[in-house]
Design a protein around this ligand. Structure first.
Ligand SMILES: *[C@@H]1O[C@H](CO)[C@@H](O)[C@H](O)[C@H]1NC(C)=O
Ligand SMILES: *[C@@H]1O[C@H](CO)[C@@H](O)[C@H](O)[C@H]1NC(C)=O
Ligand SMILES: *[C@@H]1O[C@H](CO)[C@@H](O)[C@H](O)[C@H]1NC(C)=O
Ligand SMILES: *[C@@H]1O[C@H](CO)[C@@H](O)[C@H](O)[C@H]1NC(C)=O
Length: 348
């Protein structure tokens, strides 16, 4: 019974845990911007400054140290949240994490989609020998049977390899190469697949206080009590993250309002071919970094780059060293142009 309650609480708190949020849920609204695809595989070493066009520090800040990036809570109710500007549509996320220790504190690495599908790793700070896995589909957090607990030794003082494998058939969670949990598309808790995570997801990394006076009692209990700020700072360290997108291409859009994976449209780089350079073409420009900026110069640059995705060129990877200057120029252009861009832009 106790175990059931704990799992129930874990499920309850889980959606809060991910700091669940969607700027535009395409299953509820029309005209949401497309999701910029990672479209490749890349490893980010978190001891080097992360490119802000690729990773958005939405809340708080991180501190780069020799073995990674520190996500630290120092002040009452401070929190940290780093989100990828790219999405993956099925794939692999391998994260190397040292959790933050302390009752009420939660370290997390989460995949989350625009319609609030969610795949979680959560380390709850009162227990440094444990990690929790969880999932949500289409924002449905009404049931309490999805969370699971797994043993992991010294999770606060040693990096471990926490890997999620995700495709349309199954979800797998691995700790240090050991498979600790499998969820199939129509397993218990997925509502016959409806609540199986299946839409393009961003990666979110955060360290946040769940044990706050404002939180629901269930959340506080799940978190192991209220945070004792006399013990601050509370630090989570991320060493590196390897992320693989199982699809290639530029962006993902929802073809309808079902939120089903079959409805997701993948636009390929070839779409650039449709744009005549002489014609006046109204092109949608998203308000986020995930949006695609079309200015004539960039189009030409893109075409020159054999129509590969911009993210690929923005990746800090030695293979693309030659392109880096071009990519940097593009990023600068993008930043300068963003603020005066109201949504549509004429390309002539
Ligand atoms: C970064 O995150 C913040 C907070 O969620 C958001 O307001 C902002 O638009 C994001 N920036 C980009 C470039 O996506
Ligand atoms: C910590 O978590 C592990 C694994 O989930 C569990 O076996 C152990 O009892 C927990 N310890 C405490 C103090 O809750
Ligand atoms: C991390 O674990 C995953 C899953 O077992 C594995 O594929 C990957 O190779 C591991 N990474 C390293 C660096 O060992
Ligand atoms: C949410 O999930 C529960 C349990 O699977 C289910 O009974 C309920 O109908 C779902 N709600 C929606 C809106 O799908």
């Amino acid at each position: 019974m106790k175990a059931f309650n704990l799992i129930a609480l874990a499920a309850l708190a889980g959606s809060a845990a991910a700091q669940t949020h969607s700027d535009c849920d395409p299953t509820k609204r029309d005209g949401c911007p497309a999701d910029s695809a990672l479209g490749t595989e890349h490893t980010w070493y978190f001891n080097e400054t992360l490119d802000s066009t690729i990773w958005n520090m939405s809340t708080g800040s991180i501190n780069y140290v020799d073995d990674g990036a520190e996500f630290t809570i120092e002040a009452v109710n401070a929190s940290t949240l780093l989100q990828s500007n790219f999405y993956i549509f099925f794939g692999v996320v391998e994260s190397w994490v040292k959790m933050a220790k302390g009752a009420g504190i939660v370290s997390s690495v989460v995949l989350e989609s625009d319609d609030l599908d969610e795949i979680d790793w959560e380390w709850v700070g009162y227990n440094t020998s444990s990690v929790q896995t969880n999932f949500f589909g289409k924002g449905n957090d009404s049931t309490f049977d999805r969370g699971a607990f797994h043993n992991v030794a010294n999770a606060d003082s040693e990096f471990h390899n926490y890997t999620t494998y995700w495709d349309q058939y199954k979800l797998e969670w691995y700790i240090d190469n050991e498979l600790v949990r499998t969820l199939k598309y129509d397993d218990k808790g997925t509502l016959g697949g409806k609540n199986y995570p299946q839409t393009p997801c961003r990666v979110k990394v955060s360290n946040w206080p769940a044990g706050t006076k404002e939180a629901a009692q269930g959340t506080v209990d799940w978190a192991g009590g209220l945070v004792n700020y006399d013990d601050a700072p509370f630090t989570m360290t991320v060493g590196k993250v390897r992320i693989q997108d199982f699809h290639t291409g530029k962006e993902y859009t929802y073809g309808d309002k079902t939120g089903d994976w079959q409805s997701i449209k993948k636009s390929l780089a070839e779409k650039w071919d449709d744009l005549g350079t002489g014609a006046h073409v109204g092109v949608y420009v998203g308000a986020s970094a995930a949006g695609v900026l079309l200015i004539a110069g960039f189009m030409l640059w893109c075409l020159r780059q054999r129509r590969k995705g911009r993210l690929e060129y923005a990746l800090d990877d030695a293979r693309y060293a030659n392109e880096r200057t071009d990519a940097q120029n593009f990023q600068n252009d993008w930043k300068q142009t963003e603020w005066r861009n109201s949504g549509y832009r004429q390309v002539s």
